[in-house]
Each structure stands twice: as C-alpha cells, then as structure tokens.
Design a protein around this ligand. Structure first.
Ligand code: ADP
Ligand code: MG
Length: 673
C-alpha cells in the first residue's frame, strides 16, 4: 500500500485534498468508487442528436469563441461547430478557459447535452477533446464525487496511474466462495469499476463489490455478536400465561395471541429466543412484551425492558407496576434521573427486583443482574447495533425480544439480525377508529384553533407538535417554546404544557404526568412524544411544518391520538406548495397503514434519509443498494453463514484476508464497536 504522493502528479497539496475525501493511500484510492459514468463510446451525428441526453458529437470548430458579458459574474462563451450533417451552437457559462482552446477548422469531440433555447438547439457546457489527442473518447468514463479544489481530471488520472500497475491488491474473498457465487477476481473488478471496458464488464465488477460489501458487513456483525453459536439455555419449565392474560382489562387480539404463543414456544426450547415483533402504532406490542416478561419472572428469572426515552420508560414503569404487583412481582425503574438509584441498583443485583424498566441507563457497567433471562428493546430502531448487543451481554444467552413500529425492509433485517425470527402484529384492537387526517394551509389556522377549542371544551386533550425546540436564526420553522406562549394567550382558559428534549428529565416527567392526569389541556411538544406515549384522552393532534417530517415519523406521531373511544383527528399544517409535499401529505390523509406509508416515504424521498443504514447504526453502504440488490444480499447472507459454519472464528489461512476486512469494519464503525 503506497502513499498518494508516490503517484506521479500528486504533491502534498493535492494529497491533502484527497484526504478530505477519505483517500490517504493507493488502496483507498482504488476503493474510491465512481458515483456515475459518462458513456462516450458512441459518436452521434449532429443530425441525429437527441435533446436533453448526454451524448458525444464530433465536429469542426467553425467560428472563433465569442465572449459576451451579460452581467457581473456572468460571461457567456459561444462557438459554432459543424459536421457533414449540420451546425450547432455551443455555449459555456463563465468558462474563460475555452477562449483559446480551439483552432478554426480543427475537429473536436464534444460531450454534453443539447438543450433548446427559444426553439434553437444549443450544446451547453460540454467537455471536449481534440481529435487525435483523445483520452476518454470511445470509453466509459468514471465520474467521482469531488471536493472543492479537486477536479474529475485529477481523480481520474490518479486512479488510472494506480490501476495501470499490475496486480494491485491481494484477493480477499476465498476462492471457493468466488467460484460458488460466480464473482470475478478483485483486480479485474477494480479495473472495471473505474474504467469499464464495456457495460457487461461493469455489471460483473459491480456485482462483485456489492456482494463483497454485504458479505463483509454480515461477517463483521456475526463475528461481533457471536450469532454463529447456537445460544443454548435452559428452557422455561412453565410457559402457561393464562392467569396473566385473564388479569388484563381487555381481550387480546388474534395477532397478539398468536405472537405470544410464538414467544412461549421459543422459550420452551433449549435455544435462546431472538425475535422481532413488528406492529403498527397502537397494535398492542406492550401487552405482548408483558406476557413474555410474565413467563420469565414466573420461572424465577429477571426481565429487563429498555425504552428510548424517559417519558416512555416512566409510562411502561407505571403500567407494569399495576400489571405485575398483583402477582407479587417487583418492578423497578432505572433512568438517569430516576430517584433512589442506589437502592434500585442493589435490588437488581440482589435479585430482589424482578422486572427492570429503563432507558439506556440500564446498559451502564454498574448495572449487574442477578439472573437476567429476557431482554426486551422497545422501539428498537431508536437504538444502535452496539446498544442492543450490550443489553444482550448483561446476561448469559438471554432471550431477546425487540419491538418496532417502523417497518424494516426484509433485506435490512437480514443484515442486522440474520436469522432473527419475525412476528407481525397485523391487526389493531377492536373498536379503534382510524385517525381522521387533514392537510391544511396557514389560512385555516383560525378554524383549526376553533376546532381544537371545541374538543377541549368537551373534555378531551390535544397535542401540538413543532419541528424545533426554540427560535434559531437560521430557521423560520415553528418552535415549541414560542408556540406554547402564543397558545397560552389564545386560550387563556386552558392549561398549556410544554415538553421538549432539551428540558431536564425531572421537568419532562412532571409535564408528562400533568398531561396524563388531565391537568394539562394542550401539550406543545417536539418529537420527544413520537414513540410510545399513551394518553387515551387526547384525541387531536396538530402538527406544525408537517412538510419537514418523514412520513413514517408523522405516522408515529399521529399514533399518539386515537387511543381512546372518541374519534381522533390529526391536522397537518403544511407550508409550501411543491408537488412532492402535496403528494406526501395526501399519502398521510389517505392511509393509516404504517407499512404502506413507509413504502411511499421511500418512493417520495429516496432511500438516503429513510431506510438509511445509518439510522440503524450500520456503516453507510458505498455501493450496495438494499432494494435493488436484494438477491445479492441473500447470496451474501448465505455465503457468510456457510463460511462461519465451517470456520466459526475465521481462523483458517484462506480466511485470514476476509477476516481482516471484517474486523476493519468493526474498528472503523463506532456504533458497532
Ligand atoms: P404499541 O404497539 O404502539 O406499543 P400499545 O401496546 O401502547 O401499542 O397499546 C396501545 C393501547 O391499546 C394501550 O392503551 C393498550 O392498553 C391498548 N390495547 C392493547 N391491546 C389491546 C386489546 N387487545 N384490546 C384493547 N386494547 C388494547
Ligand atoms: Mg409501544
């Protein structure tokens, strides 16, 4: 592995620019993949040239380059070119380099797109090469992500210099696996991912790197979590949960019954449970977790349930205390602000506490469980891979139950969990009315407040959600602090509460308990109430700047209302009239189905910010696309499993190289570490 400055043409200055892109040596340069390609293999005659597509044309400079200054900071350079079939005007904006670049009568290759300007065809800002001196004409040319100061030409020539040396990198995918899955060799792949000889070779190269990326990531996760071992544990003797179910104030839905039955099945085997429960907001996941907890404690063990916010942990603590105290089971709360922490810690350690509810505070080193057998993570998508791993490590081969309302695409679930079993709660408790959702503009604000008032006068409560906590210079989005002041003035008869993430935990708890008890009529908040909060008496939610939220997030927020018997309403105050916003709001108004909404969100926003692997605590994928490459993902998953089965710690010589790469992922990724 050589330094970049060893490459001809790269000095210290340029090497610093490359470093900004994360490229500090030749191997990293080879792995700096193009973000796209220019196909310059076909030359099209002027007569056939289509509008709006990038194309190559070969033409003669007919006129000299004309310089026209149209205003400060804007100069247009133009030139007429001809071929046998016709003539074309070329223009460049603010590119003074083109001025002396052409000789009348000489031939050049231009690469760019033709646009119509008042009905006339114009080639805008093309790249060009003189005929006889072509470097890239006739080739598929890589386009790299850049940083300021670094040009495409600079990156291309650096990559080309390195790639033209023979046998640049050692292969690390074991040859047996390459043969079985039809993957090309590394150096061939490198050459063809940067400078594909043709589109077929490009596909072959890409396929290898997508596989490699997913395969290595999966191996890293398996090495890290040790999911290669069957996690043996003593089966629970008694998985009868009838008494507990009888004590609940409602009859379970069919889905809840089925999932609890699946869990009881897991727990009566000699292999620790790994189960993900996916269920839309309000589908009753808490009762499912409670049944699992009940079975665990009944068998003499401890159970822990981790929630992403204090508000939610408090709420679970309160309802579990009511549920389990009649059975003589002791519930404790552990959050960073909970009172009597010392006593709680010693109760957990002595085994006096049966059920521990908490935030990530339960992960701390000083939390030692006497006989932990079940770890539940609520709203798992809020936690990283490492945090879930830490919880599991609190006991020996504990049963793992993770719950989420955010649907995870099957492909991503496969990477994250491998062979995790998935249960779906696909039915809502009966009598639940769908939340009526409306998207409105600013002009409706008065009427909305009148509607809010009417609901509160009839004894209900309401939420008002804002994207920001307080005023910032940069943003004109609504903020919770301001709006709560405004609402106090508008509704002098009502009590207006305020809760947001920057408040002290104790203050947050007080505000929440005032809202739960009905003391507060209107709760102004940020998205801290997004997950899990359950106040059945609130039936109306107004969301400010709704266009700023993800659809899945809006759906989660909306899930805070419609938990009681009254008809519930969600009003989306959306600003801006662009088509995408309209379609997104329309989706919210038309559907109450979290899975459908997640899909639409993905379509309307693109995968970047939605199912982003980042959100799930994984490193960003450089080349694989979890949606388009799901077949390769399944192959990579199988290959990783087979490899680990045959060499569980990757100790064999032929697996040393891939192991090193997998460990590299772990050490580079703080979340996984
Ligand atoms: P989520 O799946 O979003 O976590 P919760 O577990 O908080 O949903 O349940 C939402 C509400 O529905 C709670 O008030 C809970 O008591 C109630 N609930 C759960 N299961 C049932 C059921 N089978 N019948 C009636 N109400 C139920
Ligand atoms: Mg919940």
């Amino acid at each position: 592995m050589a330094r970049l400055t060893d490459i001809k043409g790269i000095g210290e200055k340029r090497a610093e620019l490359f470093a900004k892109l994360g490229v500090t040596n030749t191997e990293e340069l080879l792995r700096y993949f193009p973000r796209g390609y220019e196909d310059r293999t076909k030359i099209i005659s002027l007569a056939d040239a289509p509008i709006g597509e990038n194309i190559c044309i070969r033409a003669r400079a007919f006129s000299a380059v004309k310089e026209t200054r149209i205003r400060r900071n804007m100069t247009i350079y133009s030139m007429i070119v001809t071929d046998d079939a016709g003539a074309l005007n070329i223009i460049w904006y603010n590119n003074r380099f083109v001025k002396g670049a052409f000789r009348g009568g000489e031939e050049y290759i231009f690469y760019g797109a033709i646009h119509l300007n008042r009905g006339k065809r114009e080639l805008v800002n093309p790249i060009y090469e003189a005929v006889g001196k072509e470097k890239f004409t006739g080739r598929i040319v890589p386009v790299y992500p850049l940083c300021e100061g670094l040009t495409q030409a600079a990156v291309r020539s650096a990559v080309e210099a390195v790639i033209s040396e023979s046998d640049r990198l050692r292969e690390y995918i074991p040859s047996e696996i390459r043969a079985r899955y039809g993957l090309c060799e590394l150096n061939f792949a490198l050459k063809n991912i940067h400078f594909p000889e043709n589109s077929n070779n490009y596909e072959i190269a890409r396929r290898r790197f997508v596989f490699e990326e997913l395969f290595t990531l999966r191996l890293a996760l398996m090495l890290k979590k040790g999911t290669n071992n069957v996690r043996e544990r003593t089966p629970y003797k008694d998985t009868d949960y009838g008494e507990f179910i009888k004590s609940l104030p409602f009859k379970l839905t069919g889905s809840q019954e089925r999932v609890i039955e699946e869990i009881a099945g897991d727990m009566s085997t000699a292999c620790a449970m790994s189960r993900l429960v996916q269920g839309d907001v309000g589908s009753g996941k808490t009762a499912v977790a409670a049944a699992a907890i009940y079975m665990t404690v009944k068998n003499g063990y401890q159970a822990v349930m981790m929630a992403p916010t204090e508000i939610l942990a408090n709420q679970h603590f309160e309802s579990f205390t009511k549920m389990f105290t009649p059975f003589g089971m002791r519930v404790v709360l552990l959050t960073s602000s909970a009172k009597g922490k010392k006593a709680v810690l010693s109760a957990i350690e002595s085994g006096e506490a049966d059920i521990i509810i908490g935030t990530h505070a339960v992960l701390q080193k000083n939390v030692n469980f006497a006989r932990l057998a079940l770890a539940v993570t609520d709203e798992q998508h809020r936690f990283g891979v490492a945090q879930r791993g830490m919880l599991i490590d609190k006991g020996e081969n504990v049963n793992v139950l993770v719950m989420t309302a955010t649907p995870i695409p099957r492909t991503l679930a496969l990477i994250l969990y491998g062979d995790l079993n998935v249960s779906a709660l696909n039915e809502l408790p009966p009598g639940r009315k769908t939340v009526k959702t409306y998207s409105v503009g600013e002009d409706m604000r008065k009427r909305i407040y009148a509607f809010l008032e009417k609901n509160i006068r009839s004894g209900m409560q309401g939420y008002v959600v804002c994207p920001l906590v307080s005023e910032t210079e940069k943003s004109d989005l609504e903020n919770a602090v301001n709006l709560s002041e405004k609402l106090k003035k508008i509704f002098p008869d009502f009590t207006v509460g305020l809760v947001h993430g920057k408040m002290k935990a104790a203050d947050k708890n007080e505000v929440m308990s005032d809202f739960v008890s009905g003391k507060t009529d209107i709760l102004v908040s940020t998205t801290v109430i997004e997950v899990g909060v359950n106040v059945p008496n609130s039936n109306i939610m107004i969301i400010e700047n709704a266009e700023r939220f993800g659809l899945s997030q809006l759906h989660q927020l909306r899930g805070r209302v419609g938990r009681g018997a009254e008809q519930a309403y969600c009003i989306l105050l959306a600003h801006g009239n662009n088509e995408i916003t309209k379609m997104r709001m329309q989706t919210m108004c038309a559907s109450n189905d979290g899975f459908y909404i997640a899909e639409q969100d993905l379509k309307l926003r693109g995968p970047g910010d939605f199912f982003g692997t980042r959100q799930h605590g994984l490193p960003e994928l450089k080349i694989a696309n979890l949606f388009e490459d799901s077949d390769l993902l399944i192959m990579a998953q199988n290959a990783a499993e087979e490899l680990i089965k045959s060499d569980s710690l990757l100790e064999r010589a032929e697996n040393a190289a891939i192991k090193e790469r997998a460990l590299g992922i772990i050490s580079q990724n703080t979340v996984m570490n």
